[in-house]
Design a protein around this ligand. Structure first.
Ligand code: NAP
Length: 292
């Protein structure tokens, strides 16, 4: 018997329905939420992600603006541009597509984003709020998407052991904090942990955010565990695949596919964060969140 498939496209569509309704409600109050995306350089993967975010924002009735800067931009110039967008009253949500070129001070650029418009949830203020267990700020999109998937499939975190493989500021660390806030017991493993199996085999919920194709194998899984595959890799034939080997499906209880798992949730949560930001910065009450 194979694992039950966790259908990210279906859950993301429910989030987007909520977002569309929110955009309609805001538009009726003369506010059309506006997402600005800063793209630096010519990395094709980043350009694809940015295009997709901007198109999806427009598809739900928002406005979106892409600010494309050359790969040679200095930290000072980029910080100046990000501050200007932060100060622009017309913009509700602001993200800087990562990674930035190596010569740019990423932390300085992120810190220039107004926390009220930080719809990626990466600023020190929003990260700090999450660290304190305060879920009222803007939360990072991929961890929020993972949580929404678990909730959609009635997979509770409270009292469960969640193991997160990866400790990036984008996925691993905020996912661990979010799970802690939802009362899971959390283990985070990384490249200095040694063989990960001795940890991952104890996981009721396993998140693979390693960035290594098919890194998690059936031997790493406790039978029946829920496995969330965050990884995205393009094979030689152009197919997308994840950090989890396909045959994990034989052992896991639940599994997210790649594509069609976490990816669509990340974009849906970005748009949900944008309507939240549009409301919150005007002091309008927050509406019930979809899932999270
Ligand atoms: P990242 O910044 O490269 O972080 C990878 C993490 O994996 C690091 O913490 C690293 O440990 C750890 N790691 C590397 N080798 C390991 C090993 N042998 N054993 C245990 N841990 C190991 O990557 P990321 O930004 O978190 O992204 C991870 C993957 O998710 C990528 O494939 C990315 O494309 C994908 N992604 C997908 C979405 C989505 O929406 N689906 C969103 C974001 C990212 P150290 O800290 O010790 O180096």
């Amino acid at each position: 018997m194979g694992a039950q498939r966790i259908d990210g496209r279906q859950v993301a569509e429910r989030v987007l329905e909520h977002v569309r309704a929110e955009v309609r409600a805001l538009t009726a109050r003369d506010v059309v939420p506006h997402l600005a995306v800063v793209l630096v350089g010519d990395d094709p993967a980043s350009a694809t992600y940015v295009r997709s975010k901007a198109n999806k924002a427009r598809a739900v009735g928002m406005r979106s603006t892409v600010v494309h800067l050359s790969a040679g931009v200095t930290t000072d110039e980029l910080v100046r541009r990000v501050r200007a967008l932060s100060d622009d009253a017309d913009i509700d949500g602001l993200i800087v597509q990562l990674p930035l070129p190596p010569h740019v001070d990423e932390a300085a650029v992120i810190a220039a984003i107004d926390p009220a418009k930080d719809v990626d949830g990466f600023t020190p203020e929003n990260a700090g709020r999450l660290f304190r267990g305060d879920l009222g700020g803007l939360l990072p999109c991929t961890p929020r998407g993972i949580l929404a998937l678990l909730q959609a499939y009635d997979l509770p975190l409270a009292g469960r052991h969640a193991v997160v493989v990866g400790r990036s500021n984008i996925v691993g660390k905020p996912a661990a904090q979010l799970f802690l806030a939802h009362h899971a017991t959390v283990t985070v493993v990384h490249s200095r942990s040694g063989p990960v199996g001795r940890y991952t085999r104890q996981a009721d919920i396993l998140v693979a955010a390693v960035g290594k194709r098919h890194f998690i194998t059936p031997d790493d899984i406790k039978p029946g565990a829920a496995v969330i595959d965050v990884g995205i890799h393009r094979t030689e034939t152009g197919q997308l695949t994840g950090d989890v080997a396909p045959d994990v499906e034989q052992v896991a209880g639940w599994l997210t596919p790649v594509p069609g798992g976490v990816g669509p949730m990340t974009v849906a949560m970005l748009l949900d964060n944008t309507v939240r930001a549009a409301r919150l910065r005007r002091g309008w009450h927050d509406v019930a969140r979809t899932g999270v």
